[in-house]
Design a protein. Structure first.
Ligand code: MG
Length: 371
């Protein structure tokens, strides 16, 4: 409870876990998971974990996140009460501009400790869960589509029914061919989503997206550059398929502006963009008030950040579009958790143990340590 424990130690572990296969996105290729893991220890021997999972073309770098935690956010925590999460996060915002991934790691480790101290899972600490499982979306992003088709067959056999095609890294005809092939094979048994990761030129985006509509996508994500906000709003107004903003909406300020200009029909929530679960819930609240839907997105993450994301998406009141916490199960060659991240039959199970509710494998932390 309040005042019963203080933070006595802080460590940052930089980790690289290789991918099973390179994934291509409109904004570049990614061949593994590069993260900074935050470990907080209390004087009573509890350990709280958090993860910063930056993507250099999107949010920041591992080096930047590690430096933010070690030099700027960490020193103030030693001797502090971990339960005062809001106080520590407000201080973090006063000390350091940006660095949302480092702040997400910090908040997660504090909530992990708080949950263990009071005996509640993080989802309950931030308002309480609305669901125990979340439908999983897998991102189809292999430049070799035949390999993707084999992977998709295995995923469908596993119970996955949502696929997000990463587009815009090859040409438009390649994207249309893949959609046509998937509808031929799977008809309407799958929810297909399309993510350009900013890969379409603004001048041609409406025409390209109208071509996709024949294949009945559930939504089209971030067609244009993150700063091309007027173009994104114009696309949202022009096409019938729902448009989702990812790179263009990080935080409550951008969400409020985005709601006002009807930037998109859906916002992708990510703790690495907002700087933690509580801020992502603020984005969700603004979206809900504006009649904008939300979705559980992620970066290239281990099971630690995925668990935090699962607690976030469990606490969102309305969730129809699922989440994409598939990295340790289907993308990375390994994970940092002792038990596999809980994905079964196309559903992510929200952890129920106190705090983050997952256990970190220290052998793996050492195995994949980079510096
Ligand atoms: Mg995206």
């Amino acid at each position: 409870m309040l005042g019963t424990q203080t933070i006595s130690d802080l460590s940052v572990h930089c980790v690289h876990i290789p991918a099973k296969a390179v994934h291509s996105h409109g904004s570049g290729d990614v061949a593994g998971i590069n993260v900074a893991i935050l470990e907080l220890t209390t004087d009573a021997g509890l350990t709280g974990w958090g993860e910063a999972s930056p993507w250099p073309v999107f949010t920041g770098t591992v080096d930047g996140a590690a430096a933010a935690l070690n030099a700027h956010l960490g020193p103030h925590l030693i001797g502090a009460d971990p339960v005062l999460v809001g106080h520590h996060m407000a201080l973090a915002d006063r000390l350091l501009v940006g660095h949302p991934e480092a702040k997400a790691a910090l908040e997660c480790a504090l909530l992990d400790l708080t949950g263990q101290i009071v005996g509640l899972p993080i989802a309950e600490l931030v308002g309480g869960r609305h669901r125990d499982t979340i439908p999983l979306s897998f991102s189809v992003a292999n430049p070799d589509f035949d390999t993707d088709l084999a992977d998709i067959a295995a995923l469908v056999a596993d119970g996955v029914r949502i696929l997000k095609l990463k587009t815009g890294f090859n040409d438009h005809a390649f994207d249309l061919m893949r959609l046509q092939k998937l509808r031929e094979i799977y008809d309407d048994t799958l929810s297909l989503r399309i993510d350009y990761n900013q890969g379409l030129p603004a001048y041609d985006a409406v025409r390209c997206i109208r071509d996709l509509e024949a294949f009945r996508p559930t939504f089209v994500e971030q067609p244009v550059k993150m700063h091309e906000r007027a173009a994104l709003a114009a696309i949202t107004a022009a096409v019938d398929v729902p448009i989702m903003a990812d790179e263009s909406v990080f935080n409550p300020v951008q969400a409020l502006e985005g709601a006002g200009m009807r930037l998109a029909d859906i916002f992708s929530l990510k703790i690495m963009k907002s700087g933690g679960i509580r801020r992502a819930l603020e984005v969700a609240t603004i979206a809900r008030a504006a009649g904008i839907d939300v979705y559980g997105g992620c970066m290239f993450e281990t099971g630690i950040a995925h668990a935090a994301g699962a607690h976030l998406m469990a606490a969102v009141p309305d969730l129809k579009l699922g989440c994409e916490f598939y990295m340790p199960t289907y993308y990375a060659a390994d994970d940092l958790l002792r038990e596999p991240f809980p994905v079964r039959a196309g559903l992510v199970t929200v952890p129920t143990d106190p705090g983050l509710g997952v256990k970190v494998d220290r052998t793996k932390l050492e195995k994949y340590r980079t510096a």
